[in-house]
Design a protein around this ligand. Structure first.
Ligand SMILES: [Fe+2]
Ligand SMILES: [Fe+2]
Length: 272
């Protein structure tokens, strides 16, 4: 009988450690050649998360839960450190101390939010305090819709301006996801009265339709970039990275959808 705690921990760590490793690489690409200290720090984080990723694959669902609990603490620590590094870099950029560096402030803030999310997930797993479903549905959507809206903005700004059609499409996605995010914040503000099964399942369905179409757009962009068919300053790994994050969000939405349909869909009472 596989341990759910072990399974979920490994799933989170395998996904997010690769993401953290790639963030380190993107940060390094954006630094100026004279910022050797920052480049070294980014390289160290890349090595740390590469090692964590490798070890996460060396464990299995049958690994002793205590071993995984300790591993989670170690990874949590690494996530807290990379979060602090990203915030430090954001501070330097916003104080104009790195003129000419190439990472947007919003991108650095964005990747720090992802590190914070990862850190929180590990904390929740280790303390056994997973959010109740009706809260998780709203909070995960508020988080990921903002992530998706940011991605659309990054793509729009990193494509060559002469790719007018694609830039336009990215702008439309940005607007669509900003709107969805505000809807999620509205639903959040109406808690707990808004947490009825019909409202939550409509919310999940609507978001899923939009995430699927953004995911497909990212996939197309990724393939075009890989085949060198469009003009941009998007690294192929960044294109794949944002595609994988959309897939992750879809995976979470599917999970919510299944959990909600396990409840009686006609039930109109509040879920608390
Ligand atoms: Fe990311
Ligand atoms: Fe992201």
């Amino acid at each position: 009988m596989p341990d759910v705690f072990v399974e979920r921990s490994l799933d989170e760590i395998r996904f997010w450690s690769r993401i953290m490793k790639e963030h380190s690489f993107f940060l390094r690409l954006g630094f100026r050649s004279e910022d050797t200290q920052l480049i070294n720090e980014a390289n160290q984080f890349q090595a740390i998360f590469e090692d964590i990723e490798r070890r996460a694959y060396s464990f299995s669902v049958n690994t002793d839960p205590q071993t995984i609990r300790e591993f989670n603490v170690e990874v949590h620590n690494a996530a807290a450190h990379i979060w602090a590094f990203k915030r430090k870099v954001l501070g330097l950029i916003l104080q104009c101390k790195l003129p000419g560096q190439n990472n947007f402030p919003l991108l650095v803030d964005h990747i720090s939010r992802e590190a914070n999310y990862f850190r929180n997930r590990l904390e929740e797993l280790n303390s056994g305090r997973l959010e109740p479903l009706h809260d998780a549905i709203i909070d995960e959507n508020v988080f990921f819709l903002k992530i998706m809206a940011d991605h659309a903005k990054f793509i729009g700004h990193l494509l060559d301006p002469s790719e007018r059609k694609l830039v336009e499409q990215a702008r439309e996605f940005s607007h669509e996801f900003d709107t969805l995010m505000y809807q999620a914040i509205d639903l959040s503000s109406m808690r707990p009265q808004s947490q009825t099964i019909p409202l939550l399942s409509q919310f999940v369905d609507e978001n899923r339709v939009s995430v699927k179409s953004l995911r497909d757009f990212k996939k197309t962009a990724r393939d075009l970039i890989e085949e060198c068919r469009i003009k941009s300053i998007i690294h192929p790994l960044l294109a794949d990275h944002v595609f994988r994050e959309a897939e992750r969000f879809l995976f979470i939405l599917d999970m919510f959808e299944r959990s909600l349909s396990g409840e009686k869909v006609n039930k109109r009472e509040i879920l608390f």
